[in-house]
Design a binder for this molecule. Structure first.
Ligand code: HAM
Length: 408
């Protein structure tokens, strides 16, 4: 709605300028893709793929899905268009709607918006830290307080099987407390049980083994570097051993930005490394990492006042009588072309009623165009904050009004 839109634009513009600061390029991806792409990347056993995707056969019977997230599509584009050919290191951002059939509630919508960032071709954990730094910087630029990065490591293909075995044993012992989905998942993909939202499952996994205790030396060193670098940059964070994220493609460092001001849906952003995905989808074996911010949720907690972003008219034009309206209309068009923000009432109502409307719009000046003054080749410019009124001749009116606006 108008009013909200200006806030969203402010958030988007702040994010875009941050992306430029850090060398990201914009990429725009389709709203729909083949279902297979999401099933293979997000994972068949995830809530998103099992329950939440908007999937339908098209006229030829091909299965199509409205994108539930952007990462899979960006990886697809990176491979399909060989965006790695010149230089495998590429940094992309995209902003747009995503679709998940979740139970709608505050902060959880079926069409929601994400600001998404993906980095390809960089192995170093320092880039993961830089992504977290970018999120923290964006929130600071938007005056959001009370947001803390939560981090975890999900290990790699070498060390995760050992953790999975440990977790499977633990879950077997708890099977009577698990929901039917989790009983099924505990064999096929036990990590997903850690992500279940059913309260009895959450209770049952409280004492589950922690993945950071079974990391291989490489993953352990990697996670150590992330923690130490965050400390070095004075970014406060929490290690959260339960943070497994709801998508299967993650490896090593994963993170979420959580805040107390959102209630139950406390994650304003989430992301992490997904080193195997480019290869799994048919591309070269290149590392990748990224994040997505929930724009709906971010807009809700942005600490800006309306006056920080809503632009009021520079000049409100109050014209009295048909002749004046016609002349004033010409000027209004000329002002608008010159980048002077204008508003004008075409109603030919009384001066009192037009002044009332000018007041409501919070216009800084009112240009009063009366027939009597017009005959004398002049108009009145009223400064709404000082209440000062000056008579200005109509020749060269554009320059004169501009000067007055700057003077303010
Ligand atoms: P995700 O955690 O599923 O990650 O979503 C990221 C953010 O999108 C969440 O933290 C939340 O703020 C917002 N979000 C998710 N679902 C909804 C919803 N139904 N209504 C409103 N907001 C929602 C991903 O999507 C990954 N693709 C992030 C990523 C990029 N990882 C690596 N690169």
């Amino acid at each position: 709605m108008p009013g909200d839109v200006e806030l969203w634009q402010q958030v988007e513009n702040t994010a875009v300028s941050l992306f430029k600061d850090f060398g990201f390029e914009e990429i725009r991806i389709p709203i729909m893709e083949r279902t297979e792409l999401f099933a293979r990347s997000i994972g068949e056993d995830t809530d998103i793929v099992e329950k939440e995707m908007y999937t339908f056969p098209d006229r030829k019977g091909d299965l199509i899905t409205l994108r539930p997230e952007a990462t899979a599509s960006i990886v697809r584009a990176y491979i399909q268009h060989k965006l790695y050919a010149k230089d495998p290191v590429r940094k992309f951002y995209t902003i747009g709607p995503m679709f998940r059939r979740e139970r709608p509630q505050k902060g959880r919508y079926r069409q929601f918006y994400q600001i998404n960032a993906e980095v390809f071709g960089i192995d170093s954990p320092l880039i993961d830290v830089q992504l977290i730094l970018m999120l923290v910087t964006l929130l600071a630029r938007l005056s959001v307080k009370d947001a803390v990065p939560h981090i975890n490591s999900l290990g790699c293909l070498q060390c995760r099987p050992q953790f999975k075995a440990l977790l499977t044993d633990f879950l077997e012992a708890k099977s009577k407390d698990l929901c039917p989905d989790c009983i099924r998942r505990s064999k096929r993909n036990p990590l997903r049980v850690l992500d279940c939202k059913v309260p009895s499952c959450r209770e049952a996994i409280k004492e589950a083994p922690s993945i950071v205790d079974t990391l291989c030396p490489d993953c352990s060193l990697d996670f150590d570097t992330v923690r130490k670098t965050l400390d070095r940059l004075s970014i406060p964070f929490q290690v959260d051993k339960r943070l497994v994220r709801g998508l299967d493609y993650y490896t090593r460092t994963t993170f979420e930005i959580q805040t107390g001001s959102l209630g139950a849906q406390n994650a304003v952003a989430g992301g992490g490394r997904y080193d195997g995905l480019v290869k799994a989808l048919g591309g070269p074996d290149l590392p990748a990492t990224g994040f997505a911010i929930g724009l709906d949720r971010l807009a809700e907690i942005v600490g800006l006042a309306e006056s920080d972003f809503v632009k009021t008219p520079d000049v409100y034009i109050a014209a009295l009588g048909e002749k004046s309206i016609s002349k004033a209309f010409e000027w209004a068009c000329a002002f608008g072309r010159e980048g002077i923000r204008i508003d004008m009432d075409f109603s030919n109502k009384s001066l009192k009623s037009q002044m009332k409307r000018a007041d409501k719009t919070n216009a800084q000046h009112v240009l009063i165009v009366g027939e009597k003054e017009l005959e004398q080749q002049a108009v009145i410019l009223r400064n709404m904050s000082t209440k000062e009124q000056v008579l200005i001749p109509i020749d060269d009116i554009l320059e004169k009004v501009k000067r007055k606006i700057i003077e303010k």
